[in-house]
Design a protein around this ligand. Structure first.
Ligand code: ADP
Ligand code: ASP
Ligand code: MG
Length: 814
């Protein structure tokens, strides 16, 4: 005989129940089958809700009752042909009346014991098994209904009763010996005590019912039919990349389910274990999928089979000097918990015995605190032990596998992976059998922790980069274009999956957790919500993705002030905005320190020379032990354009105007012509070389005449350039007479920096600098005479975007 169990979602609607019937029919063609069913999906929760509402004197329990009623009546109408409908409905109505009476009783006396609660929830499985058995008979299947309450006998621990196996097994054996039908339909979850009172086996207990029946009947297999295609490497609702484990041992399945893999109710394996009955987890909605086979030993060699987690845990710590070396403290502690029926999921004790720390369900936290504080009241009063510390909102995450013990380095890898992603670990436990390594983490980190561990231990090491992009102007737009073009290449060749999760322009923002479609980002942004950088930050924090990167494509000071808040959330920052790095030194230093502290890179390669690898080269020189002694550079594409085109025919005024029209200068050309932009850049290079410098420390030998510096507005400024033509012509002629060209040069030497216009002779590397190119000469201990030179296009949206992209990929390759 086979035993098949169908869970709540498998029987949630008439459409699903028809799928169940067809699976059972196929099976019954070959074998006798026992079919165990859960309540229709969601009904157990509704029954509990109705009970709780009634108990608290809230009349809305009637509304909930009506929803339950309607659900079942509808399924009957859809499944049972008219000629038999009224019979079935009549029976259902009778049961509904009983349920309604019980609820009314609870409402009147405002009391709901576990015993009464069991009476109420048991209706879920009684309804479903009755309806499905009738639907099978309607389909001409040889099916009978047997109430499991007549077979399974339990103790009085209502809501989570323990099965009395000798009686139960005898009942089941007797029944199945006498039964001749091909299909026996049974409600899961429900049972009765020796006195005949209704009891239940705990939430998720239908799995257990089916295992009890399989064991007692020596079934050839137990099939658990559910809404996923097996036991997955992690809960597929949290980890998109999780996949079904084809084969797993009883021990491993038990560990995974104990640590939260809800797909199997933890006690299910127990009755099966001795008899070595295989369990198969199958998907009702994809019956052809292979599923998971659970047997004594698994043939799967991976030392880690899965990662599971339990939510809503409280971490409790008992500590005090009075605990050291005193025998019996743990005994008293756990006895106090056991008397309150509190289940402990994880325990750690330092070898100093100064403290014991353990995890229990949030729901039990208060009860536990009271029980322990009472037990140790004498010690607490005499300051030998501290009052218990309770920290709620934690979770346990566990790696599970039988063979972990024969592999070194797994826990090291687990904790370093979590640490790298800034998942704070509150407590850890690893048994000597090493079937399970578990850690207590904060509830908010669950998704990130599961996904990082999953990608570390199960995925082909594809790394996901999650981008939050601010600014989609010239540079931002180009960046998105480049990412779109390279996505497939990066995935294939660097195993990097780059996803743009959020975008903003100056008015709107849009988020898409699955990644914004870069073909249509403009449409998506158009449909977005009003820009609010506080909300933006909140969302990034709430999403709490690993490898998150905040990308700033703006030149906005307010945005640059947000970097610290992102770094503190372990979100990396990549920016072409120069303001942060050229603001005061303490701020710059703080950002660099935060980046180190929170393991979140802060990269700004494009602050100097757009896409040219200037800062990265500098960093590599320093990291490898070199020392920068001098930097000479031409760092302004705009000034380069201006002085490359200014000559006797083409006046200074004209060239500046042209540069503006062609987009080579800022809308306010003074930022370029005054040299401030170049000052910022050399400041950043000096700081990256290890020198503490402020913007005001930099000498600026301005080539502008006094009159140009004195005016307030851009038009007035441009006008002075015309009026002062002679001033500029003189500078030009002098240089020409010396066979030199004019370049605006930045220098850093011996801890000091200056910028200014220089006459460059023809044998100097700066002489032949075209268009808007940049050049940097690094004189270092290793390059004392012949400098290390970096030269190339140093301005423009395309190269700036590619510099940002390179920073993003640097983070990916890290
Ligand atoms: P049923 O109603 O069929 O008993 P459950 O809801 O009890 O189904 O269990 C199935 C659910 O278990 C899945 O939908 C999934 O969300 C959850 N789950 C948690 N961990 C795992 C895991 N490791 N593998 C598969 N499912 C898991
Ligand atoms: N219906 C019960 C529950 O929801 C038992 C089960 O489905 O396994 O917990
Ligand atoms: Mg279940």
């Amino acid at each position: 005989m086979k035993v098949l169990k169908f869970g709540g979602s498998s029987v949630a609607s008439s459409e699903n129940i028809n799928k169940v019937i067809s699976i059972v029919k196929d099976s019954a063609n070959k074998n006798k089958v026992a079919v165990v069913v859960s309540a229709l999906g969601g009904v157990t929760d509704l029954l509990l809700e109705a009970g709780n509402l009634a108990c608290s004197g809230n009349k809305d329990y009637i509304k909930t009752f009506e929803i339950i009623e309607e659900k079942h009546v509808q399924v009957v109408r859809e499944l049972i042909p008219i000629n038999n409908q009224s019979n079935v409905l009549g029976e259902i109505k009778k049961m509904l009346n009983k349920l309604e009476n019980t609820l009314e009783g609870v409402f009147l006396i405002n009391e709901l014991s576990n015993k009464t609660s069991d009476k109420i929830v048991s209706f879920g499985e009684l309804f479903s098994s009755f309806i499905i058995a009738n639907a099978m008979q309607t389909n001409n299947l040889d099916a009978v209904l047997k109430n499991s309450q007549e077979l399974i006998v339990t103790n009085n621990n209502f809501s989570n009763a323990a099965v009395l196996f000798p009686k139960t097994n005898a009942n089941i054996e007797d029944f199945f010996k006498q039964n001749n039908s091909k299909i026996v339909m049974l409600p899961g979850f429900v049972a009765k005590t020796e006195n005949g009172e209704v009891s239940t086996l705990g939430r998720g207990g239908s799995d257990y019912t089916s295992a009890i029946i399989a064991a007692a009947t020596n079934a050839s297999v137990l099939e658990i039919w559910t809404d996923v295609s097996g036991m997955y490497t992690a809960n597929p609702k949290f980890v998109r990349e999780a996949f079904p484990i084809p084969n797993i041992s009883y021990q491993e399945a038990m560990e995974l389910s104990h640590f939260g893999a809800k797909v199997l109710y933890p006690p299910t394996i127990q009755p099966i274990l001795k008899k070595e009955i295989p369990i198969c987890i199958k998907n009702t909605f994809e019956p052809d999928a292979e599923g998971t086979l659970i047997t004594k030993e698994s043939s799967n060699n991976n030392p880690i089979k899965g990662i599971s987690h339990i939510e809503n845990m409280a971490l409790i710590t008992l500590e005090g000097s009075g605990m050291i070396g005193i025998p019996g403290i743990s005994k008293r502690l756990f006895e106090a918990l056991s008397l309150e029926k509190i289940n402990v999921s994880l325990i750690t004790q330092a070898s100093s015995e100064h403290s014991i720390c353990f995890a229990i369900s949030n729901n039990d936290a208060l009860k536990a605190k009271t029980a322990i504080d009472t037990e140790f009241s004498y010690e607490i009063e005499h300051a030998k032990i501290e009052p218990v510390i309770v920290e709620e909102n934690n979770a346990i995450i566990a790696l599970v596998g039988d063979n972990m013990k024969s592999h070194q380095g797994i826990s090291g890898k687990m904790f370093s992976t979590l640490g790298r992603n800034n998942v704070n670990i509150r407590a850890i436990a690893q048994g000597a059998s090493e079937k399970n390594i578990s850690a207590v983490i904060l509830h908010k980190d669950i998704k990130k922790a599961l996904n990082t561990l999953h990608s570390e231990f199960f995925e082909n090491q594809t790394k996901q980069l999650n981008l939050f992009v601010v600014g989609v102007g010239n540079v931002g737009g180009k960046l998105l274009e480049q990412i779109k073009q390279q996505q497939a290449f990066l995935l294939k060749n660097l195993r990097l999956q780059v996803r743009v999760i959020a975008l903003t322009n100056s008015k709107k923002m849009v988020f898409n957790e699955d990644g914004i479609d870069l073909e249509n980002w403009k449409v998506a942004l158009e449909k977005g919500t009003a820009l609010n950088m506080d909300l933006f930050h909140q969302k990034v924090t709430d999403l709490n993705h690993r490898n998150s990167i905040f990308v700033d494509n703006t030149a906005n000071e307010n945005i640059s002030k947000l970097y610290a808040s992102y770094l503190k959330e372990s979100v990396a920052v990549v920016t072409c905005n120069k303001i942060a790095c050229s603001s005061n030194y303490t701020n710059y230093l703080n950002l660099k320190q935060l980046a180190r502290e929170y393991n979140a890179p802060f990269l700004f390669e494009t602050n100097v020379g757009a896409g040219l690898p200037i800062i990265d080269t500098l960093k590599n020189l320093i990291a490898s032990g070199d020392k920068v002694n001098k930097i000479q550079a031409v760092l302004s594409g705009s000034l380069n354009f201006v002085f490359n085109n200014f000559n006797e025919e083409n006046s200074f005024y004209n060239v500046v105007e042209q540069a503006g029209i062609q987009g080579y200068t800022e809308p306010d050309p003074r930022i370029d012509l005054s040299g401030v932009d170049v000052m910022r850049k050399i400041l950043i290079l000096a700081r990256e070389s290890g020198t503490r410098l402020e913007l005001y420390d930099i000498e600026n030998d301005s080539f502008l005449p006094k009159a140009s510096l004195a005016v307030d507005t851009v038009p007035e400024f441009i006008e002075t350039l015309k009026l002062e033509a002679e001033h500029f012509n003189k500078i030009y002629k002098k240089a020409a007479a010396n066979n030199c060209r004019l370049k605006f040069v930045a220098e850093f030497d011996n801890g000091k920096a200056k910028v200014g216009l220089k006459e460059i002779p023809s044998n100097h590397p700066f002489y032949n600098l075209d268009g808007s190119d940049n050049i940097v000469l690094f004189f270092t201990d290793r390059y004392p005479v012949q400098p290390l030179i970096i030269k190339g296009a140093g301005a423009g949206a395309d190269v700036t975007a590619s510099g940002l992209f390179a920073d993003i990929i640097r983070i990916g390759n890290n």
